[in-house]
Design a protein around this ligand. Structure first.
Ligand code: CA
Ligand code: CA
Length: 627
């Protein structure tokens, strides 16, 4: 049902009426009969996109007439839907719209029944030109509940269903935004340049609310993590230290206790079934030329989990709601990037519309999609300007590189073979012709859903160092999961709690404080300083962060590759063998020709380049080549 209130005489009369009541001194005393919820709760002047959809929620409001009197804002239409507790307002925003505040009045027979004070804010200077994360960044993924508890006073909050209990692997442990802020210097010193916290928005669920992926309010930070203002302050503080912040967003589902799930605007806001129907989790069906509709629908429409209703992004009101929500957070919190959860699970048309809208407002922004897919071709399909597939363009510059992740889990520990060991890396990278932009894939050894890498490789420290070196010097945007530097060990098969352990020292009273060298073991400090060297060096190295890649097929357990930009060349040699290895250099002449020495970036010494060079057992060597 659509109502229109755009006829001119009506507008004139309304305007007159509004001017009259707004000038009355009693007006500020008029209290709404009950609370209205309006989302987005405020907006900004000077956005490029000239429309704004407001979701208005309140008891029995659908028949009320909405009035707004503010220069630069026109109500295009107000829409009632199936549920009488909703109104959707489509507003037109004039390019000359100025910051300020006004009342959204809901009236009946000329009388104000409810009102909401709406605000048009001033954008931050340079907001539209913000720079997203790039291959020059290294992303640190941390689980806020498990990283650091900076404020024990917010561990339990009124109205929140789950209480903190640090003894439960899947319980809430009390980590929060204050904890992240207290350790920004730790992350900066480690050498990472961007942080990706798992979702921080409200998850008011009875259990397992700690992970954040069952959101119950898209506009509110969970009070056990802090406030919206705390989120913003965290971003500001991170920026002041040269760190970017990437927000984790979810468009596929929300939490079963989301306020709008408890009072659905319309039936097709979510996918509903006669009985609980789970997704088949077969993203392959979406690109499979022989896929049945039944399989595709089950994939797209089935619920991710019992407590995660599946949103139907074909619903234009919901689609707009989600798109605006993401733009609201970019603008409000000052984000540098978005990581979008379960990227193939929402309708792909919504994803491409969303990325277009984000790109329209923020042309240099960046988004990484979680595409948990086994094949390079499928991963490539979900990247912006994909050159494989049916012409679909997700508009997403970055996608998670699961094929390389899979290869890395065994490349440095299993025996070398024709297609085993480091050949796995070679095979994955050789498929990069499928990608529109292979340099922008997100590469990782593990994350919050996967076995800890140290676990995957059987607690093999030299293998970890080889893997980290590879991760930080091959193509892509590296992502490191918190605790990798502490050799955290954990198996997702045991429990998700096992791969999401508390960072020692993050809680008051912790007996070990691994944030400082004195609190770490010798092995942990060895990894931390190894990472510090590579990460801090990487920041300024154009060859690795922007340059081309040329590699040589792994032979006899040795993998050699070069990164080159302009006159900067980096040579990486990974020797998997149990013994030191002599390597003949003539094979690499096309890359090494003309260079006379290499500066070892980890050990800080120069070596002359000879006909034959020796590389230590089970190690990776990174040389900056010099003429
Ligand atoms: Ca806390
Ligand atoms: Ca879905």
């Amino acid at each position: 049902m659509r109502h229109s209130n755009s006829s001119k005489p009506v507008l004139f009369l309304l305007g007159f009426f509004l001017l009259t009541i707004l000038s009355m001194p009693f007006y500020s005393l008029a209290k709404p009969l009950d609370e209205l919820r309006v989302e987005p709760p405020f907006w900004w002047a000077g956005m490029k996109y000239d429309k704004l959809q407001l979701l208005v929620h309140g008891k029995d409001i659908s028949g009320l007439k909405v009035m707004i009197n503010y220069p630069g804002i026109t109500i295009q239409d107000q829409v009632s839907v199936e549920n009488p507790n909703y109104l959707f307002l489509n507003l037109l925003l004039d390019q000359n719209l100025k910051p300020g505040a006004f009342e959204i009045l809901l009236t009946a027979k000329g009388k104000i029944v409810k009102s909401y004070r709406y605000e048009i804010r001033q954008r931050e200077t340079g907001s539209a030109g913000r720079k997203g994360f790039t291959p020059a960044d290294v992303v640190y993924l941390l689980m806020p509940d498990r990283f650091a508890n900076g404020n024990p006073a917010n561990d339990n909050m009124p109205g929140m269903l789950e209480q903190a209990d640090r003894s439960k692997p899947l319980g809430r442990h009390g980590g929060d935004i204050a904890g992240i802020r207290q350790h920004l210097d730790y992350m900066k010193d480690l050498g990472i340049t961007a942080i990706w916290p798992n979702p921080l928005l409200e998850n008011n669920n009875i259990a397992e609310s700690y992970h954040g992926y069952a959101i119950t309010d898209f506009y509110k930070v969970d009070p056990r993590f802090g406030t919206n203002a705390d989120y913003r302050a965290m971003v500001e503080e991170a920026h002041s230290k040269g760190l970017k912040v990437i927000m984790d967003m979810i468009f596929n589902h929300c939490g079963i206790n989301h306020w709008f799930i408890n009072d659905l605007p319309m039936k097709n806001w979510i996918h509903q079934f006669p009985e609980y129907t789970r997704s088949n989790f077969r993203a392959e069906s979406l690109t499979d030329p022989y896929a049945s509709e039944a399989d595709k629908n089950r994939m797209l429409q089935g619920w991710f989990d019992k407590h995660m209703p599946d949103l139907d992004q074909r619903n234009p009101f919901l689609r707009e709601y989600l798109i605006q929500n993401s733009i609201w957070w970019i603008e409000f919190a000052g984000l540098d990037g978005i990581r979008v959860d379960t990227q193939p699970y929402p309708y792909k048309e919504m994803i491409s519309e969303w990325t277009k809208r984000v790109d329209h407002e923020y042309p240099d922004f960046n988004i990484v999609g979680e595409a948990w897919l086994q094949k390079e071709s499928m991963t490539a399909y979900y990247q912006k300007d994909a050159i494989v597939g049916d012409g679909y363009n997700s508009g997403m510059q970055s996608v998670t590189d699961f094929p390389l992740y899979n290869a890395m889990t065994s490349a440095f520990t299993e025996n070398e073979g024709w297609s085993e060991g480091m050949a796995r890396l070679y095979y994955v990278l050789s498929q990069d012709f499928l990608y529109a932009n292979p340099g922008y894939v997100l590469t990782f050894l593990d994350n919050h859903d996967l076995n800890r890498y140290y676990n995957s490789i059987g607690n093999d420290l030299p293998a970890l160092k080889m893997a980290l070196t590879f991760l930080l010097t091959t193509r892509g945007i590296p992502q490191i999961y918190y605790g990798t530097e502490l050799l955290m060990d954990g198996n997702a098969g045991v429990s998700h709690g096992d791969i999401r352990k508390d960072f020692p020292g993050g809680w008051p009273g912790d007996t070990i404080n691994a944030f400082i060298p004195q609190g770490r073991t010798g092995k942990q400090n060895e990894v931390v300083s190894y990472m510090q060297k590579l990460l801090n060096w990487r920041k300024g190295n154009v060859a690795v962060t922007q340059g081309g890649l040329k590699h040589f097929i792994p032979e006899n357990g040795v993998y050699v590759y070069f990164r080159k930009a302009g006159d900067q060349t980096v040579m990486v040699v990974i020797n998997r063998n149990e013994q030191e290895k002599l390597v003949k250099m003539d094979r690499f002449a096309e890359c090494a020709h003309g260079y006379t020495s290499g500066f070892d970036v980890v050990y800080g010494r120069s070596v002359s380049l000879g006909q034959e060079m020796s590389f230590p057992a089970r190690s990776a060597t990174v040389y900056e080549l010099k003429k």
